[in-house]
Design a binder for this molecule. Structure first.
Ligand SMILES: Cc1cc2nc3c(=O)[nH]c(=O)nc-3n(C[C@H](O)[C@H](O)[C@H](O)COP(=O)(O)OP(=O)(O)OC[C@H]3O[C@@H](n4cnc5c(N)ncnc54)[C@H](O)[C@@H]3O)c2cc1C
Ligand code: FES
Length: 298
């Protein structure tokens, strides 16, 4: 098996850093969700929305875990990730305390690429797919025409608040927002089938569809959808975008081994110029053109 340094020396020399990052803070949220802030100045400087860090959760667990970067401060030298524990690796990470060192590779991957020709951003996030959209929102702001629709079946890992920014075309049941996005001037609404207060009681894509229905063709022509979440949600977003003739950029998840482009363990089929090509999610993605993903021919 190749070592981390052998893999690092191949495709992305000088752009992906191996860092012993010191834990600044770790907050616990319901349903085993955590927000971890790490001192990682090199990573913070070059992180972009949609890029991720490949984290060694514990020295005894060799397989790293990929986590999207949710926020980065180049000035203060930190990054933040939000994660939900699934198994052994993230359980170990959730025990990290301020002052501990966590080794990570990052930032990895090609993130979202805002399209100046379609500047009105429609952000759709599901569950632990929300973090890269928070990062994108921060880099887009001020963006008066950006909107966000966020769905979760676990309690949201933030204190939802009553929405103040109007979002005509959304139902009265969707009354709550993510306050961090409102502070950026971006109207947001929440969706959940778990009966979370102030949330639209259905799929986040149905909430977004209802709003898109009320937009004019001229307004829709200026929009791009940016989405991250579980694969069924991303498939629904792709259909939503196609139905309204919108461009979409989707951040996908795949099981990863090296995480830096050296093992081809994360390949996924993508349609390019009508041809089916296998692309590495870690370094060719994780963000791809929605129209190129999930094709019957791909
Ligand atoms: C690019 C990318 C960004 C991600 N960003 C986030 C995020 O911001 N927050 C978050 O909570 N989760 C995120 N995930 C999913 C997260 O990596 C997995 O949930 C996590 O690896 C599970 O680890 P565990 O130790 O809890 O579970 P385990 O079951 O112990 O993991 C076992 C193995 O399966 C792999 N694995 C399990 N589930 C997944 C999955 N869905 N995708 C890829 N590998 C998986 C792990 O890497 C590990 O090798 C992301 C995945 C990718 C590919
Ligand atoms: S995980 Fe090794 S190439 Fe992507």
């Amino acid at each position: 098996m190749q070592t981390d340094s052998e893999l690092m020396n191949r495709p992305h020399r000088g752009t992906i850093h191996s860092i012993d990052a010191r834990v600044i803070d770790q907050q616990a949220w319901p349903d085993r969700q955590f927000i971890l802030r790490l001192h990682a100045p090199d990573c913070a400087r070059t992180a972009t929305p949609g890029s991720f860090v490949h984290v060694r959760c514990n020295p005894d667990i060799p397989m790293r875990r990929p986590l999207s970067i949710m926020r980065a401060s180049a000035g203060e030298g930190w990054i933040e990730v939000l994660y939900k524990v699934v198994g052994q690796g993230l359980t170990a990470l959730s025990r990290a305390e301020p002052g501990d060192l966590v080794n990570l590779l990052g930032p990895v991957g090609r993130g979202f690429r805002p399209d100046p020709a379609r500047p009105h951003a429609v952000l759709i996030g599901g569950g632990v797919g929300i973090p890269p959209l928070v990062f994108l929102a921060e880099t887009l702001a001020p963006a008066p025409n950006a909107v966000a629709f966020l769905g979760s079946e676990s309690p949201f890992p933030f204190a939802a608040a009553s929405a103040q920014l109007p979002l005509p075309g959304t139902p009265a049941t969707a009354s709550a927002c993510m306050p961090q996005l409102e502070a950026l001037g971006i109207a947001s609404r929440l969706a959940s089938k778990a009966g979370l207060p102030g949330s639209y009681p259905g799929y986040v894509t149905d909430l977004a569809r209802g709003w898109l229905d009320t937009r004019s063709a001229e307004q829709r022509a200026a929009m791009t959808i940016y989405a991250c979440g579980p694969t069924p949600m991303l498939r629904a977003v792709k259909e939503l975008a196609a139905g309204f003739g919108l461009a979409s950029q989707l951040c996908v998840e795949e099981f990863m081994a090296c995480g830096v482009g050296g093992c081809a363990g994360c390949v996924t089929p993508v349609m390019i110029d009508g041809q089916r090509q296998m692309k590495r999610v870690c370094v060719d993605g994780p963000v791809f053109d929605g129209a190129a993903l999930f094709s019957d021919r791909a």
